[in-house]
Write a protein that binds this ligand. Sequence first.
Ligand code: FAD
Ligand code: EPU
Length: 345
Amino acid sequence: MTDAALPPIQADAPLDRLNTLALPGRAQQLLTITAPAQLTALAHQPAPARRFILGGGSNLVLQGDFPGQVLRMAIPGRELAAEDDDAWYLRAGAGENWHDFVRWTLAAGYPGLENLSLIPGTVGAAPIQNIGAYGLEVGERFHHLEAVDLTTGEVVRFDRHQLRFGYRDSLFKQEGWHLDGRYAITHVTFRLEKHWQAVTRYADVEKELAAAGIAAPTALQVSDAIIAIRQRKLPDPAQVPNAGSFFHNPVVDAATAARLAAEYPTLPQYPQHDGRVKLAAGWLIEQAGWKGRNLGPAGMYEKQALVLVNRGGATGADVGAVMAAVQASVREKFGVGLTPEPIFL
Ligand code: FAD
Ligand code: EPU
């Protein structure tokens, strides 16, 4: 690979506009990646002290300047890559906007991703934390991904069974690759079944469709319903900077769940297959008094207490202070620990 394939390097680049919490920070080097060959070329250069792979920055807490190389993934492309009797296989470049890709699949007649409408970010990041919403996780539609191993320059493929998907979890997080930037995902392929069935088991979705008088929704109608629900509850990062849910919904053992149910009968509880129980973190945070409450320039959103928002001018340290205060309140009141969802850089 020749140096001609290397992308231009921007030195001392601001990252404020590249993270949806709008936190300040600069990258020592910023490179925008538009083709896999650029990654192969980079792999043959001396390795930087640190490297981070950036998508849309919508699940990120920037803690200040980054003394290393940031690769901003902007590889384009979306196509019907293959088809068999049972399914369509849709392949997209890592840099595609996730929601635009979902709407494109629906317009082109390939249903299956509609429950994940309006999730910010890129296609390439979707498998990292196994994005999920309204009764579906992307792992259920994932087929394989292609990535470049930046330690060797090799193109590698990961299939679904290798990715060990869990709730907001995958092999990439389990191995720490989401932090050390070893693998840059270049393309993701989804398997969408031809025998499509609407997933409407999430109570909010059922209610929204019933209110619109829709008994047998199309995939597009499910997508529209979910967009409407999300727009009512979640702040648009362009208006109110945020990173979506700031904590995981905690999963506790059955005894803890029973103790909490006895004391707090209205606490939403979701039994899991393994006997454990998922609790609604938004409810815990609201009951701990944090809904709409600020600490300095950051706080918890007034319509959804699980969303941490930057009220203007917050830094990574301000976000960290709110996080710690909320964790302490919830632990004190309920004896439950909260784990942050976004990646801290
Ligand atoms: P980034 O924030 O840029 O990166 C996230 C992680 O992925 C980092 O570790 C990064 O290194 C890694 N990464 C990104 N691209 C690549 C690549 N090409 N190769 C290798 N590693 C890569 N999430 C949900 O699951 N469900 C929701 O309902 C949801 N709602 C949200 C609502 C709002 C308003 C916001 C702001 C966020 C929400 N999120 C939700 C979180 C976020 O949208 C997802 O985590 C999304 O997948 C992040 O994509 P991104 O491109 O912005 O990734
Ligand atoms: N709730 C409250 N107060 C609040 C917020 C929520 O009491 O301030 C209660 C709600 O009334 C409801 C329950 O908590 O009974 C769950 O709330 P909601 O349906 O809004 O979903 P969530 O559990 O807060 C999760 C995901 C979201 C995803 C939605 C829809 C996590 C951490 N969050 O939120 O994902 O969009 O469900 O499926 O699992 C994200 O990961 O960034 C994200 C936004």
